[in-house]
Design a protein around this ligand. Structure first.
Ligand SMILES: Cc1cc2nc3c(=O)[nH]c(=O)nc-3n(C[C@H](O)[C@H](O)[C@H](O)COP(=O)(O)O)c2cc1C
Length: 330
């Protein structure tokens, strides 16, 4: 299931993708994911579009990519007035495999910029951004969306926006089937994917609360109209998730944590590195029966040396590993 798909003439095999997660899908994590293989493409975390004009693509942990990373889609937080021509030119010069527009983020700070969910809601502004993005970006262009705002006419509004995305020439959509207001409450409504797919000729990538191959198979009735699937939080917890999708894989968990630690240190200054490793450890902790103790110990570590010592101490006690980690609510 989801062994491959073709988007804008490019074949993605497998059609299993790592979702954009702010603070998580940075260069160090993408490097770790690439070591394992099995990921069709990775979305960067949301990048403020205008910031790209100032960043150093070779050094920035948000932008840099290594030759081992097969396909990186750069996700943009776009706001009206952004100089998309220059921004997208820069991405092209640096070999971006695709550009994704974030129309899903409902954070107050993002809405205040008229971006994310606010842009999705504002149809004229949305049309303007889509038209410019398509005009200046010749490659793969996707958009990440939710169902919209929970209101009586949400279905008509959703349909209208799918039409705008289609008319503008977007190549594919990532659908996280929750309402903006849901944040991460309730569950993703996978049963709405066939309905959404029936509204558009655009390929849909299904996202939200997906965890592994067995669960995706169990949801096949709902997921079948999608061309691919995208997983976020569980990929952070288990960077080997896609490599182990259809075959058993022996994983040395302490070695994975130490490798991430090392990679983050190579890409981030120490103060930021500490925070990034602590954030990763929150999801990684889900693999252990007493993962909460692991996370609490690490999240209160005052520096990198102490962080590493506390992790080594936890691993030395041969902690019990969970067969089915849960990331819901994290
Ligand atoms: C900590 C965190 C950061 C996120 N950052 C982004 C982001 O930068 N851009 C985006 O489109 N979605 C972002 N999301 C949403 C995820 O991409 C994804 O849609 C959501 O987590 C549901 O998928 P999952 O259940 O597989 O995690 C974020 C989610 C989390 C939990």
């Amino acid at each position: 299931m989801f062994d491959q798909c073709v988007l804008r003439g490019r074949r993605f095999a497998p059609a299993r993708f790592c979702a954009p997660l702010a603070g998580y899908t940075h260069s160090a994590f993408r490097r770790l994911l690439a070591d394992w293989g099995g990921t069709g493409a990775v979305w960067t975390e949301m990048l403020a579009a205008r910031q790209l004009l100032r960043e150093d693509f070779a050094a920035s942990p948000w932008l840099r990519r290594r030759p081992t990373e097969s396909c990186v889609i750069y996700q943009l937080m776009v706001r009206g007035g952004d100089m998309l021509e220059r921004i997208l030119d820069r991405l092209g010069e640096h070999g971006a495999d695709g550009v994704d527009l974030n129309l899903a983020c409902d954070a107050v700070s993002i809405r205040a910029c008229e971006a994310g969910s606010a842009l999705f809601e504002d149809l004229p502004a949305l049309r303007g951004v889509l038209e410019a993005a398509r005009r200046f970006w010749p490659g793969l262009l996707t958009a990440k969306i939710r169902l919209g705002s929970r209101r009586p006419d949400w279905q008509a509004r959703f349909r209208e926006r799918l039409r705008a995305l289609e008319e503008a020439g977007v190549d594919a959509l990532v659908l996280h089937p929750r309402f903006f207001e849901d944040k991460f409450k309730r569950r993703a409504q996978h049963e709405l994917i066939p309905w959404a797919a029936s509204l558009t000729r655009l390929p849909l990538i299904a996202n939200g609360d997906l965890a592994n191959a067995a669960q995706a198979s169990a949801l096949a009735g709902h997921l079948a109209p999608a061309c691919g699937l995208m997983i976020g939080r569980m990929t952070i917890a288990q960077p080997w998730l896609f490599a182990a999708w259809d075959r058993p894989l022996a994983v040395d968990l302490p070695a994975v944590w130490h490798r991430l630690y090392q990679y983050v240190l190579e890409d981030f200054p120490p103060a930021v590195a500490l925070r990034r490793i602590q954030m990763f450890s929150k999801y990684f902790a889900a693999n252990f029966a007493f993962g909460h103790a692991f996370y609490v110990a690490l999240s209160t570590a005052p520096n990198l040396g102490e962080l590493r010592a506390r992790a080594a101490d936890f691993f030395a006690r041969s902690p019990a590993i969970l067969a089915h980690p849960i990331v819901a609510g994290l």
